[in-house]
Design a protein. Structure first.
Lengths: 285, 262
């Protein structure tokens, strides 16, 4: 049993400076509202973990919240680069960012190992690529039964996992459907779990490809309608491709970026006000 | 995109059509975003209606009405046969050998079909593209790989800045030593022609030119001394049907994008 709380309370209580934090959601259900709250509360020295950093980490990295990024694909999907991410990696602005780069298969297996309370995962991959040369957390391992050489990657056990879902019920069970990516593994691998949801309902209806994360696996549920915008919530709203495109010139320029974050994230109370603020400006689709 | 000297189609269209023809009906295909996704869906809508398209976000048997902008667009889940988790797609499907074809793009390729999607410049110099994603294991475990990228000296390089995905490694049998189940790149399609690995050396060899392209053009656009097959073929130009389906798909996609903007 978990508690239904405000997002502000959940982030204040469950995210500490220096924590390893994973905000997951594969294109779908990206927890933007939670990321903004972390930025607003000026959490710092975070190790951010995420398969596809996306705009959500571009914003957090650009605000200096992260000291390290553990990831497997960095970009603005279908648009181009994450400019704040690149500025941090290539020029150390606003602070240097340490990278730990894996492949998707490696990250998926690291979360699975973490969720299974194993120290590492084994997979067929990485061999012959340059990734092991730049990433120390990739090591060869021999199968104890056949001697076959495979690759080991350490488990991921974030201090906090944050995901966004379509619904929670009154008991705090969480329902996601559509593309559910790595969210279950991320949640079960973490010490503390925060879930933002589109709405809290009395009872779940059946959905194709749906999964339920039981209440006991979740520490805090926060109702944040449209909390995944500009990504999408299957059954609720579509991805704002226009926002992703419009982000490019904002993210490209340090001053423009700071101004945008000050107006629309630091200068607002919550995500509802953020949405009103960007719509008032009318520039982001 | 340049119109192909009055031929009625562009070099990019020729590339997409030629790549789509490489995908057999019924094949299970792990699809990269962008050009590969366009070609794979063209195949599905023309000669390969039974191909099973897998995207790394976990969609199996995806049948998008419009092309996805991102690898996890809702469009991919909407009509899919199944949607599974990311560990399942990589472990139970790709690593387990259930994928016939990996369909990949890249920023850079070398003469043995090794791919770079990670770094432009040196990693120490820290110009980071960081787009490894699913590529390393797709290139490792798919039974074979189809590669698609535009021909230019910046893309076809003598030495990769970073090896993200292994093709035929150093040529010959050197890939086999790594123990990967997949056979590696079978074909590379560019906007100028078709390259296939030499049977012995595994070096990419120009085996066909698209109509209107020349060997000189291909050589100039390649950062190493390009081998050319003794019997050089010419790609069949796109059929009216292929062009119509491809253009419909692209205009539907454009219209859908504009709609979400409005």
């Amino acid at each position: 049993m978990n508690e239904t709380v405000t997002l502000r309370e959940a982030i204040a209580a469950l995210v500490n400076d220096g924590d390893t934090v994973a905000l997951e959601g594969f294109t779908h259900l990206i927890p933007f509202a939670a990321a903004h709250e972390i930025v607003r509360q000026e959490k710092k020295d975070l190790t951010l973990v995420r398969m596809t950093p996306d705009l959500v980490y571009d914003q957090m990295i650009g605000m200096g919240a992260a000291k390290k990024l553990v990831f497997s694909w960095g970009g603005n999907p279908g648009v181009g680069s994450l400019h704040r991410f690149r500025d941090a990696v290539e020029r150390g602005w606003p602070r240097a960012l340490e990278l730990e780069e894996h492949s998707h298969a490696g990250m998926a297996n690291r979360y699975s190992a973490g969720a299974s309370n194993l120290p590492f995962a084994v997979l067929r991959g990485y061999v012959g690529t340059d990734l092991p040369k730049v990433t120390p957390t990739i090591e060869p391992i021999a199968c104890p039964f056949t001697g076959e050489e495979l690759t080991a990657v350490p488990a991921l056990n974030p201090d906090v996992a944050v995901i966004h879902a379509q619904q929670a019920d009154r008991k705090g069970n969480v329902l996601l459907w559509g593309i559910t990516g790595i969210q279950k593994e991320a949640a079960l691998s973490a010490k503390r779990v925060i879930v933002t949801v589109e709405e809290v309902v009395d009872a779940f209806e059946e959905h194709t490809f749906g999964i339920v994360l039981p209440s006991v696996a979740v520490d805090a549920v926060c109702a944040v309608p449209q909390g995944a915008y500009p990504s999408y919530a299957h059954g609720y709203y579509a991805r704002s491709n226009a926002f992703y495109e419009a982000w490019d010139p904002v993210g490209r320029d340090r001053e423009k970026f700071r101004g945008w974050m000050e107006r629309h994230v630091l200068g607002v109370e919550d995500f509802a006000e953020h949405l009103r603020s960007i719509r008032r400006e009318g520039a982001m689709g | 995109m340049t119109e192909g000297e009055g031929r009625g189609y562009t070099a990019d269209e020729m590339m997409t059509v030629a790549a789509s023809r490489e995908l057999n009906d019924g094949a299970v295909c792990f699809v990269g975003i962008g050009l590969p996704s366009q070609a794979a869906n063209l195949a599905r809508l023309t000669h390969a209606p039974e191909c099973v398209l897998i995207y790394e976000s976990g969609t199996i048997g995806a049948k998008p009405e419009v092309l996805p902008l991102s690898i996890g667009d809702g469009e991919l889940a909407e009509h899919a046969d199944s949607v599974v988790s990311v560990p399942e797609i990589f472990n139970y499907w790709l690593q387990a050998g259930r994928v016939d074809v990996g369909f990949l793009g890249a920023a850079q390729i070398d003469r043995f079909g090794n791919l770079n999607t990670t770094v432009v410049g040196s990693y120490g110099g820290r110009r980071c593209a960081c787009r490894g994603g699913g590529c390393p294991e797709i290139a490792a475990s798919a039974r074979e790989v189809i590669i698609m990228l535009r021909h230019s000296p910046r893309a076809f390089v003598d030495e990769l800045a970073f090896v993200t995905s292994v093709g035929h490694r150093h040529g010959g049998d050197s890939r086999r030593e790594l123990g990967y189940a997949g056979a590696g790149p079978a074909v590379t399609i560019t906007d100028l022609g078709v390259l296939r690995p030499d049977l012995e050396t595994k070096e990419l060899t120009l085996t066909a030119l698209h109509p209107g392209s020349t060997v000189e053009e291909a050589r100039e656009a390649t950062g190493w001394e390009l081998r050319v097959a003794e019997e050089l073929g010419t790609t069949e130009p796109p059929t009216e049907e292929e062009l119509r389906v491809l253009r419909d798909l692209k205009s539907r996609t454009e219209a859908a994008r504009k709609e979400t903007k409005a």
